[in-house]
Design a protein. Structure first.
Length: 486
């Protein structure tokens, strides 16, 4: 029954609305409002710091593998798979896609099936009173109602464009969150490993001071040194030992933070505090051209999509200046008896083309357009700001990492010299040219320099992570979908 009813309704709509539909379809080609254009932002001619050239995009997408540390790879992958913030970001994408689906179906007719049975009594004093009919009647009604807004000036199309840009913006935001969390996980991991290495170096320094203190005590007991020398040696030893609990606390705090980042319990990554870890592999990073950042940074992609959405919203607001056409149709059966409801004589139908136009509304439409245009201009400025901020981030990260590598190289040279000097001092001690205190003090100096190197290497690893993030590392372009996060 419903199929026949819909076919009859379709024939009536076609015969009645076709003359109206032809000019409507022609008019629908007019889409008002501005078209989206990506602002041109000057990126400069090159990096201010010396930089290497071509970038390996695949290696940049999974930069954490370049350190050669299996534990680092594991915790980063766990973060990308289980982090709760990322799961919330995925739900935000789902919500945006649902809004896009709603905007898409707004361009299609809405068909509603209806059915009712109404029991009523006619008043004897009403104009509907008919002595030939019963005062008490039941009216049965069943059918289909359809409504279709014709997108004359592109309002619905602009709303769909805005919703699509919002989906892409939420995807870019989720990608930016992934890159940030991967970087934060790596930095936290390096904090843990740096604390481990610092602890070993500090313990070696404390051991050297302990040996010096023991020697000073013996010499004081033999009458060679004063009590003040013993007290100074004791103070240096106590100061070295006092540093150890803070380092242990930083190591434990980093392990707890990794537990949260990887989406687990606070103690889930605590086993890392007892594993030695791999030696950090630090190397120069090819950064490519400055303009490459525009296509690699997800925050820039998000800003561009925000501008696209604002531009589409301006078009949708502009379309409110023009008339809207809605075609409403209804077909069905209406009868006083349920037996007569499906009778052909009980058929009913109607067709209502409705044109609405906000001719006078006190300037509300134009105010909405001005507000939309202001948001569009603000989004354009936001895009330019995102580009310049990305360039600034990359410049600072590149300079800081390069200087960190230079610092490490200088420290390694100094440690090599100190190690040679300590070896010479020990040989002279064996020959009786210097005292044991001098030999032990050389060991302490070497341990202190190794502590400084451990701290510098951990800091440089963090700087390396910052540079990877600033370059847009952690995701790669997908030619079919525009981007792919890892």
């Amino acid at each position: 029954m419903e199929s026949c009813l819909f076919s009859s309704m379709h024939r009536r709509l076609t015969a009645t609305a076709l003359p109206l539909a032809i000019p409507v379809l022609l008019a629908a080609c007019a889409v008002v409002g501005p078209e989206h254009e990506v602002p041109v932002v000057a990126t400069g001619s090159g990096w201010t710091s010396p930089a290497q050239g071509h970038v390996d995009t695949a290696a940049l997408a999974t930069w954490w593998k370049s350190f050669g540390d299996a534990d680092l790879e594991r915790v980063v992958e766990q973060t990308l798979a289980n982090n709760l913030d990322l799961r919330q970001a995925d739900l935000a994408i789902e919500a945006a896609r649902a809004q896009l689906g709603r905007a898409e179906v707004n361009t299609m007719p809405v068909v509603t099936a209806k059915g009712s049975a109404q029991r009523y009594r006619t008043s004897l004093n009403s104009p509907e009173y008919n002595p030939q009919r019963s005062l008490n009647q039941t009216v049965y009604d069943a059918g289909l109602d359809a409504s279709w807004e014709i997108d004359l000036f592109g309002s619905l199309r602009r709303q769909r464009e805005s919703a699509q840009a919002a989906v892409q913006m939420s995807e870019a935001d989720a990608t930016a969150l992934r890159t940030s969390l991967a970087a934060e996980t790596a930095r936290t991991y390096f904090t843990l490993r740096g604390a481990q290495r610092e602890l070993v170096a500090r313990q070696a320094s404390a051991k050297a001071l302990q040996d010096i203190f023991a020697l000073v005590q013996k010499r004081q007991q033999a009458g060679d040194l004063s009590t003040a020398e013993v007290e100074r040696a004791q103070a240096r030893l106590d100061q070295a030992r006092a540093l150890l609990p803070d380092i242990e606390a930083r190591r434990e705090a980093a392990a707890i933070a990794l537990g949260l980042l990887t989406g687990g319990l606070p103690e889930s990554q605590r086993s890392l505090t007892t594993s030695p870890g791999s030696d950090l592999v630090l190397h120069a990073i090819p950064v490519g051209e400055r303009a490459d950042i525009l296509r690699r940074r997800p925050d820039i992609a998000s800003a561009e999509r925000k501008l696209a959405a604002a531009t589409a919203d301006t078009g949708a607001a502009t379309a409110e200046l023009f008339p809207k056409l809605t075609i409403s149709a209804s077909a069905g059966f209406r009868a006083l008896s349920d037996f007569d409801l499906i009778d052909s004589d009980s058929r009913r139908s109607s067709l209502l083309p409705l044109i609405s136009w906000r001719i006078f509304d006190g300037g509300r439409v134009r105010a909405e357009i001005r507000a939309a245009e202001a948001r569009q201009k603000s989004a354009a400025i936001g895009y330019e700001k995102a580009v310049l901020a990305a360039l600034s981030d990359a410049e600072k990260a590149l300079s800081q990492y390069q200087h960190a590598l230079q610092t490490i190289a200088a420290q390694e040279t100094a440690i090599a010299s100190t190690a040679r000097a300590a070896k010479t001092t020990h040989r002279r001690y064996e020959l009786g040219d210097v005292s044991l205190a001098d030999a032990l003090d050389a060991d302490r100096e070497l341990a202190d320099q190794q502590t400084g190197l451990a701290l510098s290497r951990a800091s440089a690893a963090s700087d390396m992570v910052t540079l990877y993030k600033a370059l847009g590392g952690g995701w790669e372009k997908d030619p079919d979908r525009g981007e792919r996060s890892n």
